[in-house]
Design a protein around this ligand. Structure first.
Ligand SMILES: [Zn+2]
Length: 207
């Protein structure tokens, strides 16, 4: 049997580790790249190498950016007492598109997903509670936590868990959940601007 060259096999295996990429797609992408000029490939490789080196996680909200604290946390015109909790950095870009939201964010980097063994400790929930404690320790008050996890089963489970934690530890904070107009099972990052805006304005008391 003919053996696939090692260089090709390695790349196929790397692609296969990406979410949503099966063996067939991994092969197709790899063989496609064989036809791409070397200069383009070098650029691609360079981008991969710089991906993590050129970015930093904000130690306050866990947004990915180029500085710590990130631009939003540093911005004195943003209301630091309103925190919108989202699953992924991409959700922040989606919500920032229309520029109406003036509060800050907290990025969980995931959702509670027992089927894939992701519990509350695997995402940045604990850090949210610590953040509130630190903020209020300075004599300030968090006025509202907007839970903007996706309207999926895992997103709802995550929202419920967070609301319980906040109520137990900081019962004075107003808890809201965005959602109206967002189709059940939808991903925030794919929702259009108008729908997201409506979901944000139509947020309701939660928990
Ligand atoms: Zn930040």
């Amino acid at each position: 049997m003919m053996k696939i060259p090692k260089a090709i096999q390695n790349l196929i295996e790397s692609f296969e580790r990406l979410p949503g990429v099966g063996p067939k797609t991994a092969q197709r992408l790899t063989f496609y790249l064989l036809h791409v000029p070397q200069g383009e490939l070098d650029k691609f490789a360079g981008s991969l190498q710089e991906l993590k080196k050129g970015t930093i996680l904000c130690s306050r909200c866990f947004m990915i950016g180029e500085s710590d604290p990130c631009d939003i946390c540093q911005n004195e015109e943003r209301d630091q007492s309103t925190i919108c909790v989202v699953e992924q950095p991409l959700d922040v870009y989606a919500l920032e598109k229309n520029g109406r939201y003036k509060g800050v964010y907290h990025i969980l980097h995931g959702k509670i997903d027992p089927l894939n063994s992701i519990g509350p400790d695997e995402i940045f929930i604990h850090q949210l509670l610590t953040r509130i404690k630190v903020y209020e320790g300075k004599g300030k008050k968090v006025s509202e936590i907007i839970i903007a996890t996706n309207p999926t089963m895992e997103g709802e489970a995550t929202a419920m868990y967070i609301s319980k934690q906040i109520k137990n530890n900081h019962s004075h904070i107003k808890l809201t959940r965005i959602g109206r107009g967002l189709p059940v099972g939808a991903d925030l990052e794919y929702a259009d601007e108008v729908t997201l805006q409506r979901a944000m304005e139509g947020r309701s008391d939660y928990g």
